[in-house]
Design a binder for this molecule. Structure first.
Ligand code: NAD
Length: 481
């Protein structure tokens, strides 16, 4: 499977853009051009939205079971093409093959979950005065505008579209220009699975294409995954025109290590939580908070785990960590590190400064920072790279207080063998997702989303699908003839 250059997916087919503007997509492992995408303009978007509007009533009228059948077929097709899709995502996003294969599998499961839930979107009978019969029905919004980030191209488009399409909406998706080729293949496989023309369109392009999409009055709801900054801009546009919006935004996730846990196992998981996906996951553990009595011992354990994460070609089976997505992304992390070190943070493990031999791709090996002063920017800003800050805390109350600082609230983790503490942590940690003695456990059946500035709404689980339907109230006065 090769990257499909120069096309959108509109009206059930690969569609050549009306505009001549193009964006080069780089392979982050080499820095070389992987392909070109069109920078979608108003003509492209108008075509996509018009097609989605036209397809809407027919798709919403299909029985839920008919819609499910298409999603199940698409899930099967993704599985058949696992290797090709995984390689494409690895070349494009720099994630290792192990990660991208797992994401194809997870994408298929996501479609199957939504297929299984589509016919369970039931309304209610509501008791009113005796002279009335009242009920609710759940109906789709209409056309959904979906904007996705680069860091999990196939899974992101699957997650966005599976909920919306299962619930009877149509979808216009704009993926990130940094990594997007597998989304066009997803579109074509959806067509092969029997998705009617216009139910799914994919418009390539950058921020301007995204802005134009969210401003389109025909888009009934916008679902966005990406940075807090962009999410807030989009929420402003949607608020101004009265459109519904769901946001899955950034994070700065704390991982608490208590003295009573299995420290060696926790160190293995903490390194994976911090440096897996080269730290470019919204739920990467950007802070590792360690209970004071075991701080020194845990620091040594984490330091030796950190050294196992060495950047390499994501297409090689043995590679544990790929490159960063772009030189701009790497520069952002380097700037945060330089700022932190200039105000007194200590490099406690990993590789710093970055190895100039690795030029060509956007590689960067992990860095473990200790004693990071409050005034360092890295203390407050999302890192989105292979860096974590280790801190110590004195007791549970202080640990939770520290974990809850800052405006992000996407996820938090804790390692402890104290059962009562587990209950308290689940209640007291301010995050949409709390993991105890595990990290980044995600599942299509589990709602996922952020607390505080990390998001609005949930994806996955029943709550994820309910994001894409709205209750309509129906009241009938009972007349006697
Ligand atoms: P981004 O905000 O730069 O871009 C996301 C998408 O929005 C892209 O398709 C982009 O082209 C588009 N876009 C950019 N500016 C826009 C604008 N003004 N109007 C409309 N669309 C616009 O994010 P990114 O760099 O692609 O992704 C990284 C971010 O995504 C990180 O902050 C990460 O934490 C977050 N993320 C969150 C989740 C989650 O589920 N909460 C999952 C993955 C990534």
């Amino acid at each position: 499977m090769h990257p499909i250059s120069d096309h959108h997916f509109i009206g059930g087919e690969l569609w050549r853009s009306a505009s001549s503007a193009r964006i080069e997509v780089l392979n982050p492992s080499s820095g070389l051009v992987l392909g070109e995408i069109p920078d979608g303009d108003t003509t492209d978007l108008d075509h996509a939205v018009t097609t989605a509007v036209a397809a809407g009533p027919g798709w919403a009228d299909r029985s839920p079971r008919e819609r499910s059948a298409v999603l199940v077929k698409l899930a099967n097709l993704l599985r058949v093409h696992t290797e090709d899709l995984a390689r494409l995502d690895s070349m494009d996003s720099g994630r290792t093959l192990a990660e991208t294969r797992a994401q194809v599998s997870r994408s298929a499961e996501q479609l199957e979950y939504c297929a299984a839930v589509a016919d369970k979107l039931e309304g209610r009978v509501v008791p009113l005065n005796s002279g009335f019969s009242a009920s609710t029905m759940l109906e789709p919004y209409g056309v959904i505008g979906a904007l996705t980030p680069w860091n999990a191209p196939l899974l992101q488009i699957t997650q966005k579209t599976s909920h919306a399409i299962a619930a009877g909406n149509t979808d216009v998706v704009k993926p990130s220009p940094l990594a997007c080729f597998s989304t066009l293949h997803y579109g074509m496989l959806a067509q092969e699975a029997g998705l009617p023309v216009g139910v799914l369109s994919i418009v390539m392009g950058g921020a301007k294409t995204g802005q134009t999409l969210v401003q389109d009055e025909r888009i009934a709801k916008v679902t966005f995954t990406g940075s807090v900054k962009t999410g807030r801009q989009i929420a402003g546009v949607c608020g101004a025109r009265g459109a519904s919006v769901a946001l899955e935004l950034g994070g700065k996730c704390p991982l608490l290590i208590f003295a009573d846990c299995d420290l060696e196992a926790a160190a293995v998981d903490a390194a994976r939580a911090s440096f897996g996906t080269t730290g470019q996951s919204c739920v990467s553990a950007a802070r590792v908070l360690v209970e004071a009595p075991v701080y020194d011992e845990f620091l040594q354990l984490l330091k030796s785990e950190t050294e196992k994460y060495i950047g390499g070609d994501p297409l090689h089976e043995e590679t544990v960590m790929g490159p960063m997505i772009s030189s701009a992304a790497r520069n952002h992390v380097v700037n945060l590190l330089e700022d932190a070190i200039s105000v007194g943070a200590q490099v406690a493990g990993g590789e710093w400064p970055i190895d100039p031999q690795k030029e060509g791709g956007f590689f960067m090996n992990p860095v473990l920072l200790a004693d990071v002063p409050q005034k360092a920017r890295i203390k407050h800003e999302e890192i989105f790279g292979p860096v974590t800050c280790i801190e110590r805390f004195d007791d549970e109350e202080a640990g939770v207080r520290s974990a809850n600082t800052g405006f992000f609230g996407l996820a938090a983790g804790a390692y402890t063998m104290n059962a009562s503490r587990v209950r308290r942590l689940q209640r007291n940690l301010r995050a949409g997702n709390v993991w105890i003695n595990c990290y980044k456990m995600l599942d299509p059946a589990l709602p996922f989303g952020g607390d505080k500035a990390s998001g609005i709404g949930r994806e996955c689980g029943i709550d994820g699908i309910l994001n894409f339907v709205k209750p309509k109230s129906l009241v009938e006065a009972i007349r006697t003839n």
